[in-house]
Design a protein around this ligand. Structure first.
Ligand code: RUB
Length: 269
């Protein structure tokens, strides 16, 4: 029975039915509690290689009680929510990409606490996690406008005054927080460069447990996600994530509050 449940969770993580660093770490923790062995840890870690938070949680799971580790996620999120509430101003247009629970929860909290803002987001091919974000925010009563990925510049360029469509703040989640920058969904680098060029504040919203000093590999996903049964002689690349250098990051919001990225790294090292 436990084996069947473990395998189902592993499969859901692999197939991105369970997605996002926080959900993956929580699901892996639960799976480990079903079969608490070294080989479970190896198996779970191999499912999504770009997830230091899952690694940290699995390492802790060997030493600490399940409940104690689990409590961290909500406690960190609650503190993040309070910082984001202060950061959002009425009439903001907030841009986000992919689906991040840390970002979505914080936006929903701000809405519940009376902030009036709207969200622009991108569909996030090839797996369309942007739809998950749009649905969650819509259900919470937040106005959402979705753009195809290739319209990202249109969504965040200040010069695009003709349509008056541009974001004035950007919130992205992160899979990994590294000394020199962050790793997040592919496309995040382009968003960061646009934000930099157009002087739009670019914030990372993430639980500090995503921090690591280890080298983090970038997951390469199945080519079928991009083009199922593509002709044999076409080369396809499908990296799931990319590195964003810290010079683009205006600030990071973690459970320790809003701070410059450098300060966050100093705190963590
Ligand atoms: C999800 C993604 C998210 C981070 C942070 O990628 O890039 O921005 O994981 O998410 P994928 P969270 O869909 O490939 O897992 O805030 O939920 O931890």
């Amino acid at each position: 029975m436990s084996k069947k449940r473990f395998d189902k969770i592993a499969d859901d993580i692999k197939k991105i039915k369970i997605q996002g660093a926080r959900n993956i770490a929580k699901a892996a923790l639960f799976a480990y509690s079903l079969i608490p062995t070294k080989s479970s840890i190896q198996k779970l870690k191999s499912l999504r290689p770009t997830e230091p938070m899952m690694e940290k949680v699995l390492e802790l799971a060997e030493k600490k009680p399940y409940q104690e580790i689990l409590e961290h996620f909500d406690s960190a999120q609650n503190k993040i929510n309070i910082s984001i509430l202060k950061l959002i101003k009425n009439n903001d247009v907030i841009f986000t990409h992919c689906h991040s629970t840390n970002v979505s929860n914080a936006l929903i909290y701000a809405k519940k606490h009376g902030k009036k803002f709207q969200v622009y987001n991108t569909e996030t091919r090839p797996l369309f996690q942007g739809r998950k974000t749009a649905n969650e925010l819509r259900k919470a009563g937040i106005k959402v406008t979705m753009f195809v990925d290739s319209a990202v510049a249109l969504a965040i360029e200040k010069e695009n005054k003709r349509d008056k469509i541009y974001a004035n703040k950007i919130f992205l989640g992160a899979d990994a927080l590294l000394p020199k920058g962050i790793i997040n969904k592919i496309g995040s680098g382009l968003v960061a460069e646009l934000a930099h060029n157009h002087k739009i504040p670019f914030y990372i919203v993430a639980d500090s447990w995503k921090f690591t000093k280890k080298k983090v590999p970038i997951e390469q996903r199945s080519l079928n996600e991009v083009w199922n049964k593509a002709p044999k002689n076409i080369k396809i690349k499908n990296p799931s994530f990319e590195f964003v250098p810290k010079k683009y990051i205006s600030g990071i919001v973690t459970e320790f509050g809003l701070m410059k990225y450098e300060k966050f790294v100093r705190k963590m090292t």
